[in-house]
Ligand binder design. Structure first.
Ligand SMILES: [Zn+2]
Ligand SMILES: [Zn+2]
Ligand SMILES: [Zn+2]
Length: 143
């Protein structure tokens, strides 16, 4: 079974109807390196329609196949991911995005929940800076 088939099957087993347009969107997403926007996917699958692309992105995030990345300018991007909840390092110079292995604020969330008696259901944290290649000095700088 291809990855596309297994994702479609997964969606269907959760009661989501996978229309040909939705299937095409999943296929377009699977082939993408790096991060991309809804508009990028729409350019590849113009027949799908914006609402379908948005809904499909959301489903794929819920399945843990995509993660959301907010760039420094506030724009929402998506990225293939198989790692569950995590955070990103975003280079403001070349735009590369790196997944971080662990959630770094688990303790803070627990402490905040204790202090405020909030039942905290989620949080968002991205780091912006310059990657090793883009730093003005140091090893591995651009030639
Ligand atoms: Zn960079
Ligand atoms: Zn990610
Ligand atoms: Zn976290």
């Amino acid at each position: 079974m291809t990855e596309l088939d297994s994702i479609v099957q997964n969606l269907e087993s959760r009661g989501h109807r996978v229309t040909p347009a939705r299937r095409a969107v999943v296929g377009a997403v699977l082939g993408r390196p790096g991060h991309f926007t809804v508009d990028d996917v729409l350019r590849e699958e113009p027949g799908a329609g914006r609402a379908t692309v948005f809904r499909t992105m959301r489903l794929l995030c819920d399945l843990g196949i995509l993660c959301r990345v907010i760039l420094e300018d506030g724009s929402l991007h998506y990225r293939l991911s198989q790692r569950g909840h995590h955070h990103h390092l975003v280079c403001v110079s070349c735009g590369s995005v790196r997944d971080m292995d662990d959630c770094v604020v688990d303790d803070l969330v627990r402490e905040l929940s204790r202090q405020t008696e909030y039942d905290i259901e989620g949080h968002w944290l991205e780091f912006y800076g310059r990657c090793r290649r883009c730093r003005p000095s140091g090893e591995g700088q651009r030639q």
